[in-house]
Design a protein around this ligand. Structure first.
Ligand code: CMC
Length: 443
């Protein structure tokens, strides 16, 4: 048995064999750093100094390619094997057997609910779907063609102003009430943004419908007394919601955690997540994927298009992932639901292009050698298109369910004694000690 060693900054306790030995060739000094869960604490590097007044060694990891920012028990991804689990449950089983609201409960609470717990949870969320009338007026203030994700971003942030107790993030009961509100109101805000773009009156929630059915009602109800959602569309939507609910420390979740680490209210933290998801490399990718398929236009153009991608002129949108180096399991599930949706809506000619493009890319050394496979965004745009959504709504459709993941991660962060305000270091490469020159004297 090895002796136990403790690093001053690293804090972890490990046997001697669970350590990393470092020799600093600048000084000849040797250091033992504990290795825990296949990880070293970069704070342990701080002890490595060339002199007493040296700041100590730092890790440099732009874009967090190899840095764990937290311990988490929410989402698990094995990118090489193409596995995604929420709280240990495989995404395939959840998509087949569960509902989005049950999955949201699972993410927030860590366990699947009993029937009474589920009933109470669904009831609470259903009772909070309405928004203050002034939120409606706020959305009405946008230009007719405002991007719906921009409207969602702003209206999510605006919600914080309606709940004076929202900043009390340390109060468990208060913060739980906002968890419920956020999950409940996101579809309402999203549907208002859509109806605004369409120039149609906003539709209030119908609390007799289930979560996806109510969303479809708020989106598509016209003059009918009661909107009857097609169960196939409702189910496909619910599955899409399950698939998008969490994806561990992705860009937007990291944004929610980073912004939330300042102890701002959860609406503002979630708004940061919406902002991150707005970007084309994240939630905007399905919009880009659909635009790309339209631009390709015909199976005959695929070869030229792929040549352009390989020449670095553009990306194959909806392909590639920072973590998955295999087929994204979510893409496969979405692909399987496309047929159900097309049964209701009619088939899109873009499906043939998408399928052929995928096949050819999968046969191409450029993509296989880089482990580029379809990701969740490759086919989701086709479902949304079939549902009559404009491309601007696609990231909005991502943000609705991701809210449960964001808020679960936010809760986990708030309760994590190891977390502090997120504040990275930098390597300063700019000028120093310059004397100010009056504007008239500058050349
Ligand atoms: N088309 C063509 N080449 C690509 C693509 C692509 N979609 N993605 C990566 N590559 C190439 C890239 O050019 C690089 O090539 P090389 O080694 O010759 O320089 C190599 O593959 C590695 O790529 P990378 O940029 O280092 O990978 P990354 O982990 O930084 O980026 C990504 C991941 C998702 C941003 C990127 O694959 C991408 O831009 N994909 C298209 C946008 C997209 O579909 N985004 C949705 C991601 S899934 C959403 C979610 O889970 O939240």
């Amino acid at each position: 048995m090895g002796t136990e060693e403790q690093s001053e900054n690293g804090g972890g306790v490990a046997t001697a064999s669970d350590t990393l030995s470092i020799t600093d060739n600048r000084t000849g000094q040797q250091y033992e750093i504990p290795v825990e869960d296949g990880t070293i604490r970069t704070m342990a590097l701080r002890d490595i100094k060339v002199s007493e007044d040296d700041f100590g060694l730092m890790g440099y990891d732009p874009a967090f390619l190899n840095t764990a920012s937290t311990r988490s028990q929410i989402g698990y991804i094995d990118g090489d094997a193409g596995i995604l689990e929420y709280r240990g449950y495989p995404i395939e089983q959840l998509c087949e057997k569960s509902t989005y609201l049950e999955v949201a409960y699972l993410l927030v609470h860590g366990q699947l609910p009993t029937q009474p717990q589920l009933d109470q949870w669904v009831h609470s969320i259903t009772m909070h779907t309405f928004v203050h009338e002034n939120v409606k007026k706020f959305v009405e203030g946008f230009r007719y063609d405002a991007h719906p994700m921009g409207m969602l971003l702003a209206s999510t942030g605006a919600l914080s102003t309606f709940y004076p107790d929202a900043p009390e993030v340390k109060d468990e009961a208060i913060r739980y009430s906002h968890v419920i509100r956020l999950i409940a109101k996101m579809p309402t805000l999203a549907a208002f943004a859509y109806r605004h773009n369409m120039g149609q009156p906003y539709v209030y929630p119908d609390n007799e419908l289930d979560y996806p059915g109510n969303f479809l009602s708020m989106m598509y109800k016209m003059s009918e007394i009661k909107y009857e959602p097609d169960p196939r569309l409702s189910r496909a939507l619910d599955v899409l919601f399950i698939l998008h609910a969490d994806h561990e420390q992705n860009c937007s979740t990291n944004a929610v955690r980073a912004v939330g680490s300042s102890q701002v209210d959860p609406y503002s933290a979630v708004a940061a997540g919406v902002a991150a998801l707005y970007g084309p490399l994240h939630g905007g990718a399905n919009e880009q994927a659909l635009r790309m398929l339209r631009r390709v236009g015909s199976v005959d153009n695929i070869e030229d298009f792929l040549k352009g991608v390989k020449d670095g002129k553009e990306k194959l949108q909806g392909f590639g992932h920072r973590v998955y180096k295999n087929y994204d399991p979510r893409a496969r599930i979405i692909r399987n639901h496309l047929d159900d949706v097309y049964e209701v809506t009619g088939k899109s000619p873009l499906l043939e292009i998408a399928s052929e493009l995928e096949k050819r890319a999968m046969d191409d050394e450029y993509f296989t050698s880089r482990k580029l496979y379809p990701n969740v965004d490759y086919y989701s745009g086709l479902i949304y298109e079939a549902m009559g959504l404009n491309a601007g709504m696609f990231p909005v459709m991502f943000a609705i369910p991701r809210t449960s993941g964001w808020i679960s991660q936010w809760l986990e962060m708030i309760d994590d004694p190891e977390q502090k305000i997120a504040r990275p270091r930098q390597i300063y490469t700019g000028a120093r000690n310059r004397d100010y020159v009056p504007v008239g004297d500058r050349s």
